[in-house]
Design a protein around this ligand. Structure first.
Ligand SMILES: *[C@@H]1O[C@H](CO)[C@@H](O)[C@H](O)[C@H]1NC(C)=O
Length: 265
């Protein structure tokens, strides 16, 4: 492990400790919430459950050809061959979800200590800017916080705690490990039965995931949680064929720049 990742994990544990301390104290009262940016956002009712969306980068990356220094598809030898985080999304039981709830706009400073962890485990896989709320565009994390994180706030708290909660869930439930150990390893030739992939996750976590596919390849695994982070079923159906591929990362794809000197992953 590099010194950077050790530092990142130490920070994570530190933050996680304070997060859980806060959670135990139940200190999520509205009295401590920052001033709202836009007061015209209609109140949305509180969500019912969370979906933790994890993406398989090689599948997503195969659908986009643009490369840029910030994209997790363009790191050459370091292109991820593990599930990475897409987001932690509040959902309603009727299949819809709240978005762009009232709350502070994304502030990069709030997550600066988590930057190396986010680059590694929650990378953007696109070179385009993402839509944020209030008609603007920003980085992937700005999109996730403003669209989804603000609506999760009654449970997860402020921006820092939203990202920490998500990373903690990701570390706790390692879908990559579960699939690899069940023999579902990256391959550009194998086709795997979706029923087997679902069973592997059911055996490990006692919950049924929702799977999302793209052109016959597994693109996303979604795990759903109650608001106190116990597993529950997702509402949406899987959209995969009976057999799917789990493609390998394309390590030839890079921006051509050496990342070793200044990047932390
Ligand atoms: C999850 O498991 C994979 C495969 O064993 C491993 O490479 C990866 O580092 C693990 N991820 C986390 C966040 O611990």
């Amino acid at each position: 492990m590099s010194p950077h990742s050790i530092t990142a994990i130490a920070i994570l544990i530190l933050f996680a400790g304070s997060f859980y301390a806060v959670e135990v104290a139940g200190d999520y009262g509205s009295g401590t919430e920052p001033v709202e940016l836009v007061s015209t956002v209609a109140e949305q009712r509180e969500f019912d459950y969370f979906a933790l969306a994890l993406q398989w980068p090689p599948t997503y990356c195969s659908s986009s050809t643009k490369c840029c220094a910030t994209s997790g598809c363009c790191r050459g030898e370091d292109n991820p061959s593990v599930f990475t985080i897409h987001g932690l999304w509040p959902d309603y039981n009727d299949g819809t979800w709240p978005s762009c709830c009232s709350g502070p706009a994304f502030d990069a400073n709030e997550i600066s200590t988590l930057q190396s962890v986010l680059d590694k485990y929650w990378p953007t896989l696109s070179c385009s800017k993402s839509s944020t709320c209030h008609n603007s565009k920003g980085v992937f994390w700005a999109h996730e916080w403003e669209k989804h994180g603000t609506c999760a706030a009654p449970v997860t708290g402020d921006e820092t705690n939203y990202f920490l909660t998500t990373i903690n869930l990701y570390f706790k439930y390692n879908v990559t490990e579960v699939l690899f150990e069940a023999g579902y390893v990256p391959s550009n030739s194998e086709q795997y039965p979706v029923g087997g992939i679902i069973s592997a996750i059911e055996n490990a976590f006692h919950t049924t995931p929702q799977l999302i596919c793209l052109n016959g390849a597994l693109e996303e695994v979604r795990l759903c949680f109650t608001k106190d982070f116990k597993f529950r079923d997702c509402v949406g159906a899987s959209d995969c064929p009976d057999y799917v591929s789990l493609p390998e990362a394309d390590t030839t794809r890079s921006t051509g720049q050496s990342l070793s000197g200044h990047e932390t992953y």
